[in-house]
Design a protein around this ligand. Sequence first.
Ligand SMILES: Cc1cc2nc3c(=O)[nH]c(=O)nc-3n(C[C@H](O)[C@H](O)[C@H](O)COP(=O)(O)OP(=O)(O)OC[C@H]3O[C@@H](n4cnc5c(N)ncnc54)[C@H](O)[C@@H]3O)c2cc1C
Length: 370
Amino acid sequence: MTLPRSTDVFVIGGGPAGLAAAIAARQRGFDATLADCSIPPIDKACGEGIMPDGLAAAQSLGIDLDAAGARPFRGIRFCEGGASVEARFPKGHGLGLRRTTLHGMMVDRAAEAGVRMAWGARVTGITGEGVIADGQLVGARWIVGADGGQSPVRRWAGLDACERDSRRFAFRRHYRIAPWSEFMEIHWSDGCQLYITPVGAREVCVVLISRNPHLRLDDAPPHFPEAARRLRSAASTTLERGGVSASRRLKSVCRGRVALVGDASGSVDAITGEGLCLLFQQAVALAGALEAADLALYQAEHRRIGKRPEFMADLMLLLGGRGRLRHRAMRAFEGHPRLFARMLAMQVGELSPFDSLTNGLALGWRMLTL
Ligand SMILES: Cc1cc2nc3c(=O)[nH]c(=O)nc-3n(C[C@H](O)[C@H](O)[C@H](O)COP(=O)(O)OP(=O)(O)OC[C@H]3O[C@@H](n4cnc5c(N)ncnc54)[C@H](O)[C@@H]3O)c2cc1C
């Protein structure tokens, strides 16, 4: 595609965040152009689980992920050392969707919405007038940086300052095996977790995540004997793919006429499975702010949208890092499954802040009195 001389909104990056931002901008009547240096469908290390609130957020962009015929899951199960606790989502279901399928669906929706897409086009800078893409200046009223966790746009716009920034390392592989449960499973061990998402009638996606960049999926079996037993005879269907899971909150996500969205704008640890939901919600909020020509609105919404997933990520990382605390929590959940169900309801935004607080206090009390 030839790039235009100018556009209302130039989106740098055509991953889920860039596509969502461009679609939302079109929904508000903006002319939108997107450039990505890769060619679709773009793959990435991802747990491939989309929570019920993420499906609803995608729907608001006109993306019906259920239409992919992908594998629904009904809730979350925590497993450790032979113990397990599970809960169903209070409403709806989650979806295990191969990343390439998600990307393909989003590209189709963007085309339908009238987004101009330039694939294989690298952006090398931004100026006062617009964006340098494939060596050509494209004038832009608004510039959206959706160029992922390592975001050059973030650096160019001087938005690199962080309030928090830590990272873990993840490896993903798919296995040919019929999912053995209707839950997305998180297997816990000291210092690492394995999470397993059913993504097809005969396929699961497995992600190992830890602070150790050298801990690979082939090292996982001793840490997760139960999952290893399940997967022992399953053939892998994809090569191992690595990624960085960052817990990052920026001081600011916009400056002048530049706004960041998706992982470029900060992220929560992958263990929450909330990254996609967050970026769909950010895209909608950003388009509203562009329409009002006031990026301060986006800054405030971005902060609000991120609060609950950040809290859940902190809780999960606390459990991940403290074995004794986690064992107590597992025992409390086993004895009182309603506490776990309410924690899951909190994660997907179906519990009021007051009920979340009382649930947290009840969990704390059960753990103290075990
Ligand atoms: C291991 C792991 C597991 C995860 N599991 C889940 C999960 O189960 N559920 C969930 O909801 N979320 C999950 N997430 C989070 C989710 O994957 C991310 O939040 C999401 O991929 C971010 O999308 P993005 O579009 O912001 O970034 P990306 O997908 O990284 O896209 C950025 C795009 O920008 C392009 N680009 C970069 N620089 C340039 C340039 N200069 N010019 C042009 N193009 C450029 C790249 O080619 C790329 O396509 C997980 C994350 C990790 C790391």
